[in-house]
Design a protein around this ligand. Structure first.
Ligand code: NDP
Ligand code: HSE
Length: 402
């Protein structure tokens, strides 16, 4: 019997315990032996929990127990999650996590320690909640050069946008609901300002390129500037607005990444990904496009991925699976200066003014009286700023997904 510990008994940690408890036989069958939770670490007390004897506030109980071979770190945050994870790996215990902030920041080092100590550091739940996407990139798609990864990587923002569109809910109310449902980060600014999606695309880009992509280098915009008028104008166009994490792998080995709200035509499969659902589209040079879809946040979907990692860690307790990326000698982040997007623009300017600035634009019907809406030809970031300076009132500027 494998002995396990759960660090953090919140939304995800509670789900991990419930799945292991409710699916003992299934877990045992798949792991090759039963998995028994010996400790649950949390700073809070849980006096009414039926197994209250499992709870500890002392990390050293887990670290120093030689019986414990696999630990789920589902506390979140960088510290002390980093120190705890590092000590556990150095002590020869496998760690699995849903903590994308930690993986995106310290993944290079923690994965190297896991390799050196012949244990595993798994992080399937760190991107896309319950969607399998880390293993597909690491295993099933390894015959490909990955050309592009693009996806809806944050459940909270997708849920908020969907509630605004379908129910006309105000932004603040939709966010409060996402928090109640356990989707949002402890500090929801990470969701709505795009930092969470940024860490996730950095993890996917690092994994696909095998080189560390630093999320601090990725230009990131959230959804806080998106208004109901934007959403309604997009609808008039037969499009929706989604927060997209985007990485393009260039021929020179560099990676261009960005996180931003983008206009998506309804004919694109990503446009139908609603609510807390996430989807990741990966383009490989042999396979073409593949898409992974499912619940991107929430207790049981996320815990499903964490428990699967625990099972895999128990199955491979004698062997480190070589999931890793390395810090390249030179930063591989492409500046993106020559990357072009079309833009959806809303403005109070006259058609003549617009035509003078954007010769090749395509006018569209605006949902708001007294303003114009149009889509530009593909332009670099410098080109769009240059053209927009010629207009007197820009209301919105949203990239068009391609
Ligand atoms: P919660 O805040 O619900 O749970 C975290 C738990 O860990 C809380 O009970 C918290 O206690 C406890 N904790 C925090 N610090 C410590 C510490 N130093 N020692 C012991 N216990 C501690 O978070 P979630 O379960 O939502 O998220 C956990 C991780 O999973 C995060 O990294 C998150 O980004 C990630 N994640 C979350 C998803 C979701 O849908 N919720 C989906 C995918 C990933 P207290 O509340 O008292 O601080
Ligand atoms: N806050 C995150 C989200 C949790 O909404 O996607 C899943 O990583």
């Amino acid at each position: 019997m494998a002995k396990a510990a759960i660090m953090g008994f919140g939304t995800v940690g509670g789900g991990v315990y419930d799945i292991i408890d409710a699916s003992r036989e299934k877990v045992s069958l798949n792991a090759g032996e039963p998995i028994d939770v010996k400790y649950i670490l949390d700073i809070r007390d849980f006096p009414n929990h039926p197994r209250k004897e499992l709870f500890t506030k002392d990390f050293s109980d887990i670290l120093n127990d030689p019986e414990v071979t696999v630990v789920a770190e589902v506390m979140g945050g960088l510290h002390p999650a980093y120190e705890f994870t590092k000590s556990l790996l150095e002590n020869g215990k496998s760690v699995v996590t849903s903590n994308k902030e930690l993986v995106a920041t310290y993944g290079t080092e923690l994965l190297a320690i896991a390799r050196e100590k012949n244990v595993n550091y798994f992080f399937e739940a760190s991107v896309g909640g319950g969607i399998p996407v880390i293993r597909p990139i690491h295993q099933c798609l390894t015959a490909n050069n990955i050309l592009k990864i693009a996806g809806i990587l944050n459940g909270t923002t997708n849920y908020i946008l969907n509630e605004m569109i379908t129910k006309g809910k105000a932004f603040a109310d939709a966010l409060a609901d996402a928090q109640k449902l356990g989707y949002a980060e402890r500090n929801p600014a990470a969701d709505i300002e795009g930092h969470d999606a940024c860490r996730k695309i950095a993890i996917l880009a690092s994994l696909a390129s095998r080189n560390f992509v630093d999320y601090n280098d990725i230009p990131t915009e959230g959804i806080t500037e998106i208004t109901l008028d934007d959403v309604n104008c997009a609808a008039k166009l037969g499009a929706v607005i989604k927060l997209i994490g985007y990485a393009r792998f260039l021929e020179d080995g560099k990676v261009f990444s960005i996180v931003a709200p983008m206009l998506i035509d309804k004919s694109d499969p990503l446009s139908g990904v609603d609510g807390v659902m996430n989807a990741v589209m990966i383009t490989g040079d042999s396979v073409g496009d593949v898409m992974f879809y499912g619940a991107g946040a929430g207790k049981l979907p996320t815990a499903s991925a964490v428990v699967a990692d625990m099972i895999d860690a128990v199955k491979h307790c004698e062997r480190s699976k070589k999931i890793f990326w390395e810090k390249p000698e030179k930063n591989i982040t492409a500046s993106g200066d020559d990357v072009k997007f079309s833009y959806f623009i809303r403005t109070g300017d006259s058609a003549d003014n617009i035509k003078a600035a954007f010769e090749d634009c395509r006018f569209t019907e605006s949902a708001v009286t007294g303003e114009s809406a149009f889509i530009t030809e593909p332009l670099t970031a410098a080109e769009i700023e240059d053209r927009l300076e010629k207009l007197s009132s820009v209301i919105s500027k949203i990239r068009v997904f391609n």
